[in-house]
Design a protein around this ligand. Structure first.
Ligand code: 5RP
Length: 219
């Protein structure tokens, strides 16, 4: 088992302390979340709101009821991973392409708990990992030109379609030194559905697993 995978498992285990029987749990997407999903059968959840079809299928396979967010009200907690996290608990997400549904469920939750391994921790977001941007298919070229004007280099994620039938532009070289401002600016591009910067709604609790265990950071 890789060191990174062991850290993902440790972060997922640390997240269990926040889960209670009878709650409707918001569940994210990705390999770290998959470690958490494996542990969920210990609980008698009232149900779960899934942030992707992949997660929904995994939860259903374990017999966990899927609840439509429209009928769930405000969730107590949403638990997910991230591709990058800075010291303010602001994130880049969307490596798995589920960013829009993830942002919706995170926004509809009182507490966003983010689980990461040590490799995800960065000083400045976006220097290594691109910002994924979900785009309506017809607007792909237009949005790409707008991103280039902002100094970004958008790469079309070929062969990938989101749960909402849209495409993704993985955008390198954007200046993410002010994540809140850039998130807003990207939100203003017509045809861009959502971007992978989670800064206005950053994580509330970060569970960061490293060689020496799991560190808990709160905002
Ligand atoms: C999916 C995501 C994931 O949280 C992110 O890609 C991290 O994934 P992993 O836990 O596999 O490292 O945002 O859209």
């Amino acid at each position: 088992m890789s060191d990174q995978h062991a850290q993902k498992q440790a972060a997922a285990k640390a997240a269990l302390q926040y889960i209670e029987d009878d709650m409707i749990l918001g569940v994210g997407t990705g390999s770290t979340v998959n470690c958490l999903i494996e542990l969920l059968p210990k609980f008698r959840l009232a149900g779960a709101v899934a942030s992707s079809q992949v997660t929904e299928d995994k939860l259903k396979a374990l017999g966990i009821d899927i609840v439509d967010l429209n009928f769930a009200g405000t969730l107590d907690i949403y638990i997910d991973g991230a591709d990058e996290v800075n010291q303010h608990l602001q994130l880049i997400k969307g490596g798995g392409g589920a960013l829009t549904r993830e942002k919706i469920v995170a926004a509809a939750s009182n507490t966003f708990i983010c689980m990461v391994d040590a490799s995800k921790s960065v000083e400045i977001l976006g220097r290594n990992f691109p910002v994924p941007i979900e785009v309506l298919p017809q607007a792909r070229s237009y949005v790409a030109r707008q991103l280039a004007q902002l100094g970004g280099e958008p790469i079309y994620r070929e062969g990938f379609v989101t749960d909402y039938g849209n495409v993704i532009l993985d955008t390198y070289d954007l200046d993410v030194s002010n994540p809140i401002a850039l998130e807003k600016e990207l939100n203003n591009i017509v045809g861009a559905v959502c971007n992978g910067i989670f800064a206005a709604n950053q994580a509330d609790i970060l569970l960061k697993a490293g060689h020496d265990g799991v560190e808990t950071l709160k905002r």
